[in-house]
Design a protein around this ligand. Structure first.
Ligand code: UDX
Length: 456
């Protein structure tokens, strides 16, 4: 380890699982390169310090009451966090700079989530530099930069938002379809567009942006982003591949019994099903998912988060056809050690909502995807998985048991699935090469460290 632990980095994650994971992974990467790491976090969705004994954790009171905004209203929560966290963030940073206390190493720089719009301003006032972390992909960021143009062209007009044109091509951004546009799917497109616009401005005015992706995956998008956001960028992912240790940052307890269950399944036979940390499904949808899994005749490992199904009694009400399949060749958990699951030789495909972390973790392990995007960047990620990188299939034709069973068989049993797996393995190797000595992400990490040290 290089001796840089007289340099402290203050990392400030947005308090959602899909943002906490990459920020804490970044902390591990930079800690392994010798930096002291302080995680400044909100008391809302606070990470567990015991999983990261090498970091200092400091909590700020975000004054956010869970009853104020529904947990599924992510744009509403992010807006509220931006309002509520600005003052406590400034107070804590000021305090840390004046009274270093237990974590007494001077602050070299702050790294905050690019969905926090106030951190760069605060840092500027306190005369400390603040880099920004883009936790999602470069392609979706590129789409965010052109959302004002798409809005001007009428893509957010009532008739388009009503869904009647959702299958039309977006000619300004092939191969996207209208339904893939971030913000198109939400009830509050205006608020969502504002958040994305703020993010683009934050990145543009920052002294540098860090990406959790790799050059070989998103080179065209990175090239376009560099033109519109000309700030130093550091493309150092996939983060999980760069971490020396694999400490979990899960907000829910991981059920490890699924690993011993996977150990008993045939090679590449299991469909792993998880829709991330936010998506919620209706009673009708969960029934179709359950019956589709039963009809697929493949072993399945299914993550059903607490409160992710509108009807808490759904399992008791499930048809015996599904319950028998669950008993014979299924496993259901509330939360899985996902990266370990994806790396397991029994897993043959991942049915995912295409949150960026899940997408990148699947690519990193060469696992073909069945794509079912829900909101935000997920439509863009899914379109690139199926149409550009060609390492997955879209669940076209609706969330219906026949479609589901058919798509799972295409991926796990048929020749088409084998071809997708071959491409996924090529992409996995590119991800591995990028983080190896001399690879693109390895070099970018060296550049990031020099950049941070230049702030002294
Ligand atoms: C949210 C947004 O929905 C998404 O669009 C954006 O890209 C990131 O934030 P989220 O639902 O949290 O996404 O999904 P994702 O980005 O895939 O992150 C989920 C994380 O939780 C992954 O790192 C995954 O490994 C982890 N996870 C998920 C588990 O560890 N266990 C599980 O059972 C499920």
């Amino acid at each position: 380890m290089n001796q840089r632990n007289n340099h402290r980095l203050v990392l400030f994650p947005l308090p959602f699982q899909g943002h906490i994971n990459p920020m804490l992974q970044l902390g591990q990467i930079l800690h392994a390169r010798g930096f002291s790491i302080t995680i400044l976090h909100t008391n809302f969705n606070a990470p567990d310090p015991s999983s990261h004994p090498h970091f200092v954790f400091r909590s700020i009171v975000s004054d956010l009451d869970r009853s104020e905004v529904p947990i599924s209203d992510i744009p509403g929560l992010i807006s509220l966090l931006n309002t509520r966290c600005a003052s406590p963030f400034e107070e804590h940073l000021r305090e840390m700079m004046l009274l270093p206390g237990g974590d007494a190493v001077p602050i070299t720089c702050v790294i905050s989530d690019s969905l926090f719009s106030f951190t760069c301003g605060v840092a500027e006032r306190l005369k400390v530099r603040a880099l920004t972390l883009r936790t999602g992909g470069a392609t979706s960021l590129h789409v965010y930069t052109i959302l004002p143009v798409l809005k001007e062209k009428g893509y957010f007009s009532i008739d388009v938002l009503s869904g009647s044109r959702s299958e039309e091509a977006v000619k300004e951004f092939p191969p996207l379809l209208v339904r893939d546009i971030p913000g198109f799917d939400l009830q509050k497109p205006e608020m969502t567009l504002q958040l994305f616009d703020n993010m683009v401005k934050v990145i543009k005015s920052s002294p540098g942006v860090i990406f959790n992706t790799f050059e070989e995956l998103e080179h065209p998008a990175l090239t376009s982003v560099r033109e519109v956001l000309p700030v130093p960028d550091f493309v150092i992912g996939p983060f999980p591949k760069c971490c020396v240790t694999s400490s979990s940052s899960s907000l829910l307890a991981e059920d490890r019994s699924c690993i011993s269950w996977l150990d008993k399944q045939p090679l590449k036979s299991v469909i792993y099903v998880s829709f991330g940390s936010v998506a919620v499904v209706s009673e009708a949808e969960i029934l179709e998912i359950a019956l589709g899994l039963a009809d697929s005749e493949q072993p399945f490992l299914w993550v059903v988060r607490p409160r992710s199904v509108r009807d808490p009694e759904w399992l008791q009400k499930s048809p015996s056809h599904f319950l028998e399949a669950l008993e014979r060749r299924g496993k259901m958990v509330k939360w899985a050690p996902q990266m370990e699951v994806l790396a397991h030789p029994a897993v043959g495909a991942f049915w995912t909502h295409n949150g960026w972390n899940s997408t990148l973790e699947s690519i990193s392990e060469g696992v073909p995807m069945l794509c079912m995007p829900c909101f935000a960047d997920q439509g863009v990620n899914a379109r690139y998985v199926s149409d550009v990188w060609r390492v997955g299939l879209h669940l076209n034709g609706g969330l219906e048991r026949e479609n589901i069973a058919r798509a799972i068989k295409r991926l796990l049993v048929e020749r088409e699935g084998e071809e997708i797996r071959e491409r996924a393995l090529v992409l996995k190797e590119k991800a591995n090469a990028s983080v190896r000595l001399g690879g693109s992400s390895y070099q970018a990490l060296d550049a990031l460290i020099s950049h941070i040290l230049s702030f002294e």
